[in-house]
Design a protein around this ligand. Structure first.
Ligand code: HEM
Length: 491
């Protein structure tokens, strides 16, 4: 073929390709033109949250991105997110298929990544079990308090030395979930427990690297493990196997009257349904996957919030003084705070809420997916589109929180009568039917841990001239860059 023919062919093919790739005016706008094959991936900075904020400035509350060939629509601002996730929840409540779920070997089971009837049943049964644990005798509060006593000993053993408290805070929170799921807490030195912790931390830390495989599945077949897919699969499968082993051990001892842990309560619900002739998805595989979901979703989130709170306190010592004064006046120092003190400790509650708002640890929640074509704000969103609700855009919105939205000011959650405010825009747990299932448990954990911590200890920077900066790393949850703190005993 002659050179001219080659050049003409290439130009024609390119022209057709560009024409086919032209922006569809019915779709939400894109901030910049998508590149062939990679889409917007190369335009995305490492700090995704700042990038999404910048794109909202240029495109408005709704915009489209292409991750490879996958269309992703980002929703910003309270009104729009509420319209999608609450008003039109029937269309916006599915989850897309993600690599991490496939890697578990039990895809589309459990709660986090399931859809339709399976999701509805697993979620409502799990929620009702957790609620029953939080009522009356309040098994949850008891289990949390038991764990806090051990955590306090660990803090006291530090004897005011500079330490990074991240890992043992996370271990302690994991232990609460274990105690709820299995009915037993572990010694921090226990081999099985340490294995469980390592596997689940791998799952969290490798997710960012693995996320590219969601958009370019062929990366999974490359030799080596550049995208950590193999490591993640091994960790996930062994986590599933560990929970399966525990289930197999426990289910032989379950009796119909004992519903003191999640496994027994779930088996009990299953038996009731079967005996009543109701068809059900409550089976062993769904139970194991649900346990993994609760363990994974319930550990890093809460412990990272505590880690953030201490970092904010190091940067705002006056807030710490005020929290301590409140605890001293309302609870005293002769007994530990309990869940019954929650309504009395308004300022501490405000500090927790302000930490959650400003840290915004799950900035884009978990991805949703449209189950059918839908029109939103005049734009068409095709069936199957991945949806990212940008919770950051609500939690940091100056129109709601004022010009100082990016400052740590717990007083914004207290009204003129000294009462706690709970604005509807405070949506760090998401909104709608897919909102966080562990909200009550998380709020109970945060209150009990932090009230006990601030009553017994003062948190100080390594030295007064070097206060750790409010720097963060992005990932499945946004967490502070590691920092050290001196934990000094008060009582
Ligand atoms: C401060 C702590 C926590 C925060 C900030 C948080 C935040 C969130 C967010 C933003 C979502 C996604 C909502 C959406 O997709 O629209 C979510 C989902 C979920 N969370 Fe949490 N969470 C926390 C603690 C917990 C705890 C302690 C548990 C369980 C014990 C838990 C279990 C779940 C589950 C199972 C889902 C999936 C719900 C579904 O797909 O139906 N979370 N969480």
């Amino acid at each position: 073929m002659e050179l001219t023919t080659w050049i003409v062919s290439v130009v024609v093919i390119l022209a057709i390709y560009i024409w086919l790739q032209r922006p569809d005016p019915r779709l939400p706008p894109s901030p910049v033109r998508a590149l062939p094959i990679v889409g917007h991936i190369l335009s995305m900075s490492r700090d995704t949250r700042s990038q999404l904020r910048a794109w909202r400035h240029c495109c408005g509350d709704i915009y489209s991105l292409y991750m490879g060939n996958t269309l992703v629509v980002v929703l910003n601002g309270y009104d729009l997110i509420k319209e999608a996730l609450v008003t039109r929840a029937d269309i916006f409540s599915d989850r897309p298929s993600l690599f991490v779920d496939m890697a578990s070997g039990l895809p589309k089971l459990g709660i986090l990544f399931s859809n339709g009837a399976v999701w509805k049943e697993q979620r409502s049964v799990s929620l009702s079990i957790l609620r029953s644990f939080g009522m009356g005798k309040n098994v949850l509060a008891e289990k949390i308090q038991e764990e806090i006593d051990c955590y306090m000993e660990v803090l006291a053993d530090l004897k005011g030395e500079c330490t990074d408290i991240e890992v043992f805070t996370s271990i302690s929170i994991s232990n609460i979930i274990c105690s709820i799921l299995l009915g037993q807490r572990f010694d921090y030195e226990d081999k099985t427990f340490q294995d469980l912790i390592h596997k689940s931390r791998d799952l969290v830390s490798e997710q960012e690297a693995v996320s590219l495989i969601n958009f370019f599945p062929w990366l999974n077949f490359l030799p080596g493990d550049l995208f950590k897919a193999k490591k993640l699969r091994v960790s996930y499968v062994s986590l599933i196997n560990m929970f399966s082993d525990v289930l197999n051990e426990k289910k032989h001892f379950s009796d119909s009257n004992d519903v003191s842990n999640f496994i027994y309560a779930y088996i009990n619900k299953r038996n009731q349904k079967i005996q009543s002739g109701i068809s059900t998805s409550l089976d062993d595989q769904n139970l194991v996957k649900t346990m993994c979901d609760l363990f994974g979703a319930g550990t890093e989130t809460t412990s990272t919030t505590i880690y953030w709170c201490i970092l904010y306190i190091l940067n705002h010592q006056k807030v710490q003084d005020k929290v301590y004064d409140e605890i001293k006046n309302k609870v005293g120092t002769f007994r530990t705070p309990t869940i019954h003190d929650k309504s009395q400790l308004t300022y501490l509650n405000a500090v927790i809420m302000e930490t959650q708002r400003l840290a915004s640890i799950a900035p884009v929640a978990l991805p949703h997916q449209c189950s059918e074509e839908v029109t939103l704000k005049g734009f068409t969103i095709p069936k199957g589109t991945m949806i990212l609700p940008n919770l950051d855009s609500v939690l940091h919105d100056k129109d709601t929180w004022g010009e100082d939205a990016m400052s740590f000011r717990p007083e914004r959650f207290i009204d003129n009568d000294g009462k706690l405010k709970n604005p509807e825009q405070f949506i760090q747990f998401g909104i709608g039917p897919r909102a966080c299932l562990g909200e009550s448990l998380a709020m109970m954990e945060l209150f009990l841990f932090l009230s006990n911590m601030f009553q017994r200890f003062q948190f100080l920077p390594p030295n007064p001239c070097s206060i750790p900066p409010l720097a963060y790393k992005t990932g499945v949850v946004v967490s502070p860059l590691g920092y050290e703190v001196r934990v000094v005993k008060r009582i």
